[in-house]
Design a protein around this ligand. Structure first.
Ligand code: BG6
Length: 475
């Protein structure tokens, strides 16, 4: 593990992402001892002209336990300094560089490193100018060694062409090993466990293929709408917001071949192969929906066709998965909040219990809430995390991912060719939706989404098992 001076610079420090996710994740890492106060300095950077103290006050309320003003909270907040400046002019970044260097030089006597992690909690439109400013004025000091890393988050463009444009703009300034594209689903506990589950258990190895699996569903539901984010959301829609990134990343981990090793590049190589094997999406394997009331939001145009729900069937053309539909389903304002992977097995050949309607074997990985892995056998096999791992705190996705960035481990980040392949899959469909060629069907808030999506599911061969409902354990 590296030691020495580490500067974490949160750009867009007063924005929503920084307040709700980045700073709380940094605070939790600090509390757990991953960020040592004698090495780490945190800088907030944004346009507003405020003092260090004002920034700390804005952040405080979002930290777990922040309102109680514990010692941890105040020690953590003391690590944060604020620098204001614009996102496209040298002055601000020169001032930032000076502040970072000041900290590096004062610690320099210890071991003289210059590790700089720039977290861009900003809209992607400013990624290129900000990257340019960092590159020109705020890189790690060459003579001190260390590194400069950039963390960015979606939306990476709106389609293949715009994503590629953004990638090349950033790519001209930074090398791929310096760029950490966050998909926070890759930081979730059960997503991180997928490869171990699949490749370290003899149980699954012989079963995980088209001979045994009938279909796979990857489902995301939220029980609230786009309140407060209508303006952003209407530009993107549920496919760009959830399916093309979060669910597709999960699909890669479910479907990929065993990597040569656990090295990040080996894993990402296999993910890219899965994406490249996905065949073009057919219109009749897509159902779009928009919840009633979505357009009441004043920031959403009255004629919006933006889907807030989508169910899309993907087919992977390779030896393992030919003929197995992968159903990706996501929706806002639905009946419940959950994310899960549902692997449904084929019927037992020559089933002598058929008349008793036992239902099919299903293997469910519940990503959230109440993390669990359970199997619908003819009885129940249930590994509920909060029961089995009582008192163990599962870290937030962002905590893990920031720590990975500090360690220089890119396994759980999206590589440029992965991003490109993901856009290749969805771009033709998205263009047809944007052109109004495929319509979003209305659905009632707090429902399962449009009934047509269930018809599609049935068409894909999913068989609902009645009489078995997994109940999250209460402790
Ligand atoms: C974000 C989407 O990436 O993920 C949001 O932009 C969504 O629309 C969120 O609500 C869901 O994340 P989580 O971790 O709460 O499932």
């Amino acid at each position: 593990i590296e030691t020495g001076c580490l500067s974490i610079i949160v750009l867009g420090a007063s924005g929503d992402l920084a307040k709700k996710k980045t700073f709380p994740a940094l605070f939790n890492l600090y509390r757990q001892g991953f960020l040592q106060s004698n090495e780490v300095h945190i800088f907030g950077y944004a346009r507003t002209n405020i003092s260090d103290e004002e920034l700390r006050d804005r952040i405080r309320g979002y930290l777990p336990g922040g309102k109680e003003r514990t010692e941890d909270v105040s020690n953590f907040l003391q690590l944060i300094k604020y620098v204001s400046g614009s996102y496209d002019a040298p002055e601000g970044f020169q001032a930032l560089d000076k502040a970072i260097s000041g900290h590096e030089l004062s610690k320099n006597s210890m071991d003289g490193t210059s590790r700089r992690l720039f977290y861009l909690a900003l809209p992607p439109s400013v990624y290129p100018p900000v990257c340019k400013m960092i590159k020109n004025y705020a890189m790690n000091k060459y003579d001190l060694g260390g590194w400069t890393r950039i963390v960015v988050e979606k939306p990476f463009g709106k389609d293949l062409a715009s994503a590629e444009q953004l990638s090349s703009q950033i790519g001209e300034l930074f090398e791929e090993p310096q760029i950490y594209r966050i998909d926070h689903y890759l930081g979730k506990e059960l997503v991180q466990n997928l490869l171990v589950l699949r490749f370290a258990n003899r149980f699954f190895l012989p079963l995980w293929n088209r001979d045994n699996i009938a279909n796979v569903q990857i489902v995301f539901r939220e029980d609230f709408g786009t309140e407060g984010r209508g303006g952003y959301f209407d530009q993107y829609g549920i496919i760009r917001d959830i399916i093309q990134n979060h669910l597709l990343q999960v699909l890669c981990l479910v479907a990929m071949e065993k990597p040569v090793s656990m090295k990040p590049e080996h894993i990402r190589d296999e993910k890219v192969k899965v994406l490249q094997s996905v065949v073009p999406i057919k219109d009749d394997e897509v159902v779009l929906g928009q919840y009633e009331g979505y357009k009441d939001d004043p920031t959403v145009p009255d004629n919006s066709n933006t889907p807030t729900f989508a169910s899309v069937i993907l087919h992977i053309h390779n030896e393992r998965w030919e003929g197995v539909p992968f159903i990706l389903k996501a929706g806002k304002a639905l009946i419940s909040r959950k994310a899960e992977i549902r692997v449904q097995f084929k019927d037992v050949p020559g089933d002598i219990f058929k008349c008793q309607k036992q239902g099919r074997n299903e293997f469910v990985i519940r990503l959230q809430p109440s993390e669990a892995i359970y199997m619908k056998l003819t009885s129940e096999l249930d590994l509920s995390y909060n029961q089995r791992y009582q008192g163990v705190v599962i870290p937030e996705a962002y905590e893990r991912l920031i720590l990975d960035t500090i360690k220089g481990d890119q396994q759980h980040f999206v590589r440029r060719d992965e991003l490109k392949a993901a856009w290749e899959i969805f771009t033709p469909l998205l263009h047809r939706i944007d052109d109004g060629e495929i319509k979003s069907l209305p659905y009632k808030p707090r429902s399962r989404g449009p009934a047509e999506a269930d018809v599609l599911l049935e068409k894909a061969g999913y068989v609902q098992t009645h009489g078995y409902i997994w109940i999250p354990p209460t402790l």
